[in-house]
Write a protein that binds this ligand. Structure first.
Ligand code: ADP
Length: 287
């Protein structure tokens, strides 16, 4: 049996059409393996099933077919109790698109304390966790501030601190930068990468920004509820045709290198992020 930490087996999901009562299948037999500490981006055109997959991994939705295993345990089984589901949600935290919908308290530090309080963590430990989580996202000086007065990026970092305070092993970001300005996006991306690098938290990020996906170690491309591609940014972006056919962009820098290669120009090297592309082009001039 696979040793993967999170594994889905022939996972399917159908929504029910309210008016006709008919099943609307949106995920068709997803087989996915995720190891601890991975940094994964899930991309796909609108409606390809990314959010549905994320909600299944967090047990916000129950599969209509197949199974989800975490640490070898079938977490989609009907035997799961409410406590089991609660424990799983603490292990696999989720950050959503709109920061305003995720903040519940009127003071930043109370908001961050909300999750651990619900977990029944002793109050001295809550204090420590809140301080640590705010420090981690660089929001210590805003501990006593009102969340609604913060910028979008700052609010999203408070929402992230609230999840960190529950000590998750995995965090899923569902389009968490989509509503932010460029500065806010960068703040959230840097936080995400720090959690991966320094805390070894497994990161799964759903994004329609190809440059954000390029920063992950692995990209999964969904197309109409199926996995179209699964590989490193290099593997995915050096073969852009399937992405373009699936209605997706390729980062401009990677696209440029791909086109130069097609012209017969030899450009060995990585093409994941713009920095990789820069190195790849510079290497030619250094030869
Ligand atoms: P993505 O995140 O890739 O945009 P979603 O998982 O949100 O895709 O949606 C996949 C499909 O499921 C879409 O066709 C969408 O219209 C449909 N869908 C999503 N949420 C619901 C819902 N609550 N009820 C019915 N259909 C839904």
């Amino acid at each position: 049996m696979s040793q993967s930490w999170i594994r889905t087996e022939n996972l399917t999901y159908s929504y029910q059409d309210d008016s006709t009562g008919e099943d609307q299948p949106v995920l068709h037999g997803i087989d996915l393996s995720i190891d601890r500490g991975e940094y994964i981006a899930i991309i796909g055109h609108n409606g390809s099933g990314k959010s549905t997959l994320a909600k299944l991994l967090n047990l916000v939705l129950e599969p209509t077919g197949g199974a989800i295993y975490v640490d070898g345990k079938n977490v989609s089984s009907p035997d799961m109790t409410d406590e089991d589901v609660f424990a799983l949600r603490q292990k696999v935290g989720m950050v959503f698109q709109n920061p305003d919908n995720q903040l519940v308290a009127t003071v930043v530090e109370e908001d961050v304390a909300f999750g651990p309080e619900n977990l029944g963590v002793p109050s001295a430990e809550i204090r420590q966790r809140v301080d640590d989580a705010l420090a981690m996202v660089g929001m210590t000086e805003y501990a006593k501030h009102e969340p609604h007065r913060l910028s979008g990026g700052q609010k999203q970092r408070v929402a992230i601190a609230g999840i960190i305070a529950m000590m998750p092993e995995c965090m899923i970001f569902d389009e968490s930068t989509a509503m932010l300005d460029p500065l806010g996006r960068r703040e959230v991306l840097d936080t995400m990468e720090m959690l991966h690098r320094e805390k070894n938290i497994t990161i799964i990020t759903i994004t329609h920004h190809m440059d954000e996906a390029a920063r992950a170690d692995r990209i999964i491309v969904l197309d109409d509820g199926r996995i179209l591609r699964d590989g490193t940014p290099e593997e995915i972006f050096s073969d852009p045709e399937p992405l373009i056919e699936a209605g997706l962009d390729v980062p401009q820098s990677a696209s440029l290198i791909h086109r130069l290669r097609k012209q017969g120009i030899e450009l060995p090297g990585k093409i994941g992020t713009p920095d990789d592309c820069l190195e790849t082009i510079c290497a030619v001039f250094e030869q």
